[in-house]
Ligand binder design. Structure first.
Ligand code: NAD
Length: 359
């Protein structure tokens, strides 16, 4: 097959980790006889420096023209004082909206080799952590009206949270379909005891459930869910929730799996187009030092192969290669045990690429 991939290295450690993911993809192409064409897209702080905009129109057009987009990370202290309309993160929000990506899929899975890195008690970790959070990505309070005004001599800030039935229905469908590919258990998370948006959320998810009789649906309040994720994560298979709740719960879920550097994500819209990125930021504190863990980005590339490029065997091969390298005891600095020798970002990428095999 021949596929076009847009690469957004971004800022900080972004270029280092994307480079390693490309080495792995090149090895996939070689082993499975595919051709990948890469198109580099400038987004984030680097695009502000070069073009004065965190995502120039022609860069968004390049991303839209590709079969899939692989992103490192954007942002850093250098751009913290840029006006909010043009912050590096704005480029990311524009990209998600421009590509119509409404579903964010984030696996929370612990590699057994890394179980000691989890901050949870070992008896909890031993029961297994393997669930997926499906988060609504382009609605809710992050996309509502924001304003700060002067009222009765003091500043008052307002952020509007709203959801339409259709916005809820399409993310619910993605979640039910995700659950159908796993253990067919879906937990919908809301705050229906307080919020109108949550009451509509719950009602709509229940309506959509009629079309998926093979999936068992349950509901949980978001505050309880935050507790259950640390108390008994093994109970979850697929969680679906709105944008802000998903943002917070998915960070919590990633933390319990050990390292932020290991976790991939996919953001999907209609028609299979997707944006794939590790969940961490640009890690300015270790940028340019060849210390970053590229595995989150490499596993994001595996999700890209599976969800957007129609290459499930190739995705399995990448995930298997990561597993083998961890099995052999190779560890980047963030996942090395105290006193254990750590390998560099480049070495990690090279070892994983070497292990790619077409079966
Ligand atoms: P961060 O995720 O960049 O870093 C948090 C900590 O985790 C740091 O100590 C960092 O060194 C470490 N870390 C992160 N990724 C790592 C990796 N792959 N390997 C090893 N260690 C890793 O979060 P932050 O410091 O809050 O944010 C830094 C910048 O990134 C900010 O400008 C923020 O806005 C931006 N950001 C971007 C995205 C994105 O591009 N999607 C997401 C979150 C934050």
């Amino acid at each position: 097959m021949e596929k076009n991939i847009a690469l957004i290295p971004g800022d900080g450690i972004g270029p280092e980790i994307v480079r390693e993911a490309v080495h792995v993809l090149d090895r996939v192409a070689e082993s499975f006889r595919h051709t990948f064409h890469y198109e580099e897209v400038s987004m984030g702080g680097c695009a502000i420096d070069r073009y004065g905009s965190s995502l120039p129109d022609d860069m968004l057009a390049k991303a839209k023209a590709a079969d899939a987009v692989l992103l490192g990370a954007v942002g850093g202290p250098k751009w913290d004082h840029v006006p909010k309309e043009n912050r590096p993160e704005r480029g990311l929000l524009r990209l998600r909206a421009g590509l119509g990506l409404y579903a964010n899929i984030r696996p929370a899975r612990i590699f057994p080799q890394l179980a000691p890195s989890s901050p949870l008690r070992s008896d909890i970790v031993r029961q297994g952590i393997d669930f997926v959070i499906v988060r609504e990505l382009i609605g809710g309070v992050y996309f509502g009206e924001h304003r700060t005004e002067e009222r009765d001599g003091q500043r008052v800030a307002t952020d509007v949270m709203s959801y339409s039935e259709e916005e809820i229905r399409r993310i619910a469908r993605s979640a039910f379909e995700t659950a159908q590919k796993r253990s067919r258990r879906l937990c919908s998370v809301d705050k229906a005891n307080v919020l109108d948006t949550s009451r509509l959320w719950r009602k709509t998810v229940e309506e959509v459930a009629q079309d998926y009789p093979d999936v068992t649906l349950s509901h949980m309040y978001v505050d309880n869910c935050a507790m259950q994720i640390v108390k008994n994560p093994a109970q979850f298979d697929v969680i679906v929730t709105e944008n802000m709740f998903g943002d917070i719960l998915s960070d919590e879920a990633s933390m319990i799996t050990g390292s932020i550097g290991m976790i991939p994500s996919a953001s999907l819209g209609n028609g299979g187009r997707g944006l794939y990125e590790p969940i961490h930021g640009s890690a300015p504190d270790i940028a340019g030092q060849d210390k970053a863990n590229p595995i989150g980005t490499i596993l994001s590339a595996a999700m890209m192969l599976r969800y957007s490029l129609g290459m499930p065997k190739e995705a399995d091969a990448v995930e298997q290669a990561v597993n083998t390298v961890l099995e052999k005891g190779c560890r980047c600095a963030d996942i090395a045990a105290p006193g254990e020798a750590a390998i560099s970002c480049q070495r990690t990428g090279a070892l994983i690429a070497q292990e790619i095999k077409a079966n």
